[in-house]
Design a protein around this ligand. Structure first.
Ligand SMILES: [Zn+2]
Length: 225
């Protein structure tokens, strides 16, 4: 198994998408995005990268053959040995899953909306159903994403997240990483199998951040068997 979280470096896109933008939907030159994806694929040494058309929903798609083109969903799972699953982000949490026992992987796109729909949990449960994954054996990696230091939210969206909101000067800051961590622990994931990146995509300029830059690229969480 190999996995990585890309940064904004090493690609061919021009500003404001410089340089390893992996998303076609943000206004970048599609030829540059294609080249960036080829570079990533070569780097991973797999026959194909599978991306999602992400819509902040809670649908999980099983990738069986690797010939599926851009499924519309926010999570994917597979036991196919020669493809890499990719989740694109610029502040949302890229979540990667690895079941070493059944040799299966997954990815999920967890922003505020997706987290509220428990997309992270649903992806793990989809692996349980499809591959017999046991929660106590599943490893989970949460990549660089916007942290509470930068993630100010309106009072109207904190319902359900109350435990994970820091209040400072009458402003609300959401800790989405620990919300998801709690959900995973409740599901039976072992704390030592949960890895959370300390990098905040909004404060660390090595990553694309929608909150910081609005018009920008997307980096990715990528995993392959
Ligand atoms: Zn921050």
């Amino acid at each position: 198994m190999q996995y990585r979280f890309t940064t904004r470096f090493g690609g061919v896109s021009q500003a404001p998408f410089d340089s390893l933008n992996l998303a076609l939907h943000v206004g970048d030159d599609p030829l540059h995005v294609k080249k960036n994806r080829e570079l990533l694929q070569e780097n991973m040494g797999v026959s194909k990268l599978v991306f999602m058309d992400q819509i902040h929903d809670d649908k999980v798609v099983l990738i069986e053959h690797g010939d599926e083109e851009m499924p519309t969903c926010d999570a994917m799972i597979t036991e196919h040995p020669d493809i890499a699953l990719c989740v694109m982000v610029a502040d949302c949490i890229p979540i990667l899953y690895y079941d070493a026992v059944h040799q299966a992987i997954g990815v999920a796109h967890a922003g505020r909306a997706g987290s509220q729909l428990n997309i992270g949990q649903k992806c793990a449960l989809a692996m349980q159903e499809a591959f017999g994954t046991h929660m106590h054996e599943l490893r989970i990696f949460m990549g660089p994403s916007i942290h509470a230091c930068c993630y100010e939210v309106g009072e109207e969206v904190i319902k359900g997240f109350e435990k994970f909101v820091h209040i400072q000067d009458k402003k609300y800051f959401l800790d989405l990483q620990h919300y998801n961590r709690d959900v995973f622990l409740e599901l039976g994931i072992k704390p030592e199998h949960l890895e959370i990146s300390k990098e905040c995509s909004c404060s660390n300029h090595n990553y694309f951040s929608y909150r910081r830059d609005k018009i920008t690229g997307r980096f990715a969480g990528v995993i392959a068997l």
